[in-house]
Design a protein around this ligand. Structure first.
Ligand code: SF4
Ligand code: ZN
Length: 278
C-alpha cells in the first residue's frame, strides 16, 4: 500500500525543494492514514514541510474528541497543527447552523465553510498543495455522480489538479487508488488512532446511493472501482480541452469566486441574519 501511495504521489505532483504540503485532517481513518503516510514517505526530505490543517465546525460531542486525536498525533510526530474554527472565521458554529438549515442540508453549509477555511489556511502557510484523505471509493463515487448528473464541468474539475488557478491551492489525493477497506486495514495494522464517531447532522445523502451502487458493481465485477477511476483519467485530457478553466474573480474576503461574492460569504451572511432575526 505504501508503494502504491508513493507512486500515486509521484504521478500527481513533482515535489520540489521548499514545497509546503498542507494536509486536511479531520481525525477520521482516511485523513489520519494520509497524514501518517505523507510523514513516513517524505520524512527523509528535509526540504519539504508538512503541516496539518484541522477544521473545528463547532459540533459539540463530535469534533472535540477527534481534534484531541489529531493534536496527539501531530505532537508525537512533530508536525505543525493549524486548527481553524467556523466560530472564528464566520462567527457561527454548526450547532447553530444545523437547526436553521431548512433550504439546504447542514452538510451543504458545512462543506462550503470547510472549503473556505482550508483554502485560507493553506494560503496563509504558503502551501504548494493541499492533500486530502479521499480514497478510491470516494473518487469513484464523485466521478459517477457527476457523470450521471451530466455535470461535465464539475467532472473535469475533480482533480487532482495539474493547472494552478490563482487563489486556489491545488489538491492532491494520495489515497486515490486505495480502496476504503484497505485504508481501514492499514490504520488498524499500523496502530493509527482515529476517530470513529458519526456526526449528528450526517444525512443519507445522494452519495450514499452511489456508494451502494458502486459497491454492488464491485462485488459482481471485482476491479470496477479501479476501472471507473482509470477510465476517468484517460478521458480527463479531452475533458479539460472541452471545459475551459473558470474565470475566477476575488470576493471581498479574498476567496476566488465565479460571481461577485463567494458562496461562503453568501451563506454565512444568510445564517447570521437568521440568527439575529429568527
Ligand atoms: Fe459537516 Fe455534514 Fe460532515 Fe457533519 S456530516 S461534519 S455536518 S459535512
Ligand atoms: Zn467571500
Amino acid at each position: 500500500m505504501e508503494r502504491r501511495v508513493k507512486r500515486e504521489i509521484r504521478k500527481q505532483v513533482d515535489l520540489k525543494p521548499g514545497d509546503v504540503i498542507g494536509v486536511a485532517v479531520s481525525g477520521g481513518k482516511d485523513s489520519m492514514v494520509t497524514l501518517h503516510m505523507l510523514d513516513r514517505i517524505l520524512n527523509h526530505r528535509d526540504d519539504i514541510e508538512i503541516h496539518c490543517i484541522t477544521v473545528d465546525e463547532g459540533i459539540n460531542g463530535y469534533r472535540p474528541p477527534s481534534i484531541d486525536i489529531v493534536r496527539d498525533f501531530c505532537r508525537s510526530r512533530d508536525i505543525q497543527l493549524h486548527v481553524v474554527s467556523f466560530e472564528k472565521e464566520f462567527g457561527l458554529t454548526m450547532d447553530q447552523v444545523a437547526p436553521l438549515s431548512v433550504d439546504n442540508t447542514p452538510c451543504t453549509y458545512c462543506g462550503v465553510f470547510r472549503r473556505k477555511c482550508m483554502n485560507d489556511v493553506a494560503e496563509e502557510i504558503g502551501a504548494s498543495y493541499l492533500a486530502t484523505g479521499h480514497n478510491l471509493d470516494d473518487v469513484a463515487q464523485s466521478i459517477m455522480m457527476n457523470f450521471v448528473r451530466g455535470d461535465v464541468e464539475r467532472l473535469a474539475r475533480l482533480g487532482p489538479h495539474k493547472k494552478v488557478q490563482p487563489g486556489l491551492v491545488p489538491r492532491i489525493y494520495p489515497l486515490r487508488m486505495i480502496p476504503e477497506k484497505e485504508s481501514l486495514l492499514y490504520a488498524m495494522v499500523a496502530g493509527i488512532r482515529y476517530h470513529d464517531g458519526t456526526c449528528p447532522y450526517w444525512e443519507a445523502a445522494l452519495r450514499n446511493q452511489y456508494r451502494e451502487i458502486i459497491d454492488d458493481l464491485e462485488m459482481r465485477s471485482p476491479g470496477s472501482k479501479f476501472s471507473i477511476v482509470s477510465s476517468y483519467d484517460k478521458i480527463l485530457p479531452m475533458l479539460s480541452n472541452y471545459v475551459r478553466p473558470a474565470g475566477l474573480r476575488r470576493c471581498h474576503c479574498g476567496e476566488p469566486t465565479l460571481g461577485s461574492e463567494c458562496k461562503a460569504c453568501e451563506l454565512s451572511e444568510k445564517m447570521r441574519r437568521k440568527i439575529r432575526d429568527p
